[in-house]
Ligand binder design. Structure first.
Ligand SMILES: C[S@@+](CC[C@H](N)C(=O)[O-])C[C@H]1O[C@@H](n2cnc3c(N)ncnc32)[C@H](O)[C@@H]1O
Length: 175
C-alpha cells in the first residue's frame, strides 16, 4: 500500500475532541495510524495514557517525531515505527486514532475487525468507517470525529465516498 495522504496535521484546537470522545488512562496503549509529527500521541501521554505507538510511512516525519520524543524524555513511552499502517499488527492497541482519508477507512476496516480486541476504541477524524455505527460523534467547525468501540454495531453510511469529502476535503483545507 502506498501513501493514503500527505501530512496534514490535526490543528491544535482539534486535538481535544479525540480525548472528549475517548478519555485515556495509564492502562491505555494508543496507536496513531499515520502519526505525522506525533502530536496526537504526545497529547495522549500528557493526558495520562500508558504507552503510545505511531505508525508513519514518511521517514522524515517518523524521524522528526522520534526526535521530539527524545527531547521530551518520552523514549520509553512512545515508539514511532516507520511503516505502512497496513503492515503493522494492531492487536495490542486499546485506543486507535486515525486521520487519513476515505480510502484508508475502507482498507483498514477488515484489519480493525480482525485485529482489534473487544472494547478497543477507534476515533476517526473526518473519515468514518463505512458500515460501522459510531457510538458518539463530535463536531468542531467543518470537521466531525467518530468514536467506535469494538466490536462495532453495523450502521452508518456504507458508501461514504460520495457523502463525505475526500481529496476535495484537503483541497478545501488548502493542502
Ligand atoms: C492527515 S496526516 C495526520 C497526521 C497526524 N495523525 C495528525 O493528526 O496530526 C496523515 C499522515 O499519515 C501518513 N500516511 C499516509 N499514508 C500512510 C500509510 N499507508 N502508512 C503510514 N502512514 C501513512 C502521512 O505521511 C501523514 O503524516
Amino acid at each position: 500500500m502506498s501513501s493514503f495522504v500527505s501530512w496534514v496535521p490535526t490543528p491544535l484546537e482539534h486535538i481535544d475532541p479525540f480525548f472528549e470522545l475517548a478519555p485515556v488512562s495509564s492502562s491505555d496503549v494508543v496507536y496513531d495510524l499515520g502519526s505525522g509529527d506525533g502530536r496526537l500521541l504526545f497529547a495522549a501521554l500528557e493526558k495520562g495514557a500508558g504507552r503510545a505507538v505511531g505508525v508513519e510511512l514518511n521517514p522524515d516525519h517518523a524521524k522528526t517525531a522520534s526526535g521530539k520524543a527524545i527531547e521530551k524524555g518520552l523514549q520509553g513511552k512512545v515508539t514511532f515505527l516507520q511503516a505502512d499502517v497496513m503492515d503493522v499488527n494492531l492487536s495490542e492497541a486499546t485506543l486507535v486514532f486515525c486521520y487519513l482519508i476515505t480510502a484508508a477507512s475502507v482498507a483498514l476496516k477488515p484489519k480493525f475487525e480482525a485485529e482489534l480486541k473487544p472494547g478497543t476504541r477507534v476515533v476517526m477524524e473526518s473519515f468514518p468507517v463505512p458500515g460501522w455505527k459510531p457510538v458518539e460523534t463530535k463536531t468542531r467547525e467543518y470537521k466531525t470525529f467518530y468514536l467506535y468501540r469494538m466490536p462495532p454495531e453495523p450502521g452508518g453510511a456504507e458508501t461514504v465516498a460520495s457523502e463525505y469529502p475526500d481529496a476535495g476535503y484537503y483541497d478545501y483545507l488548502g493542502y
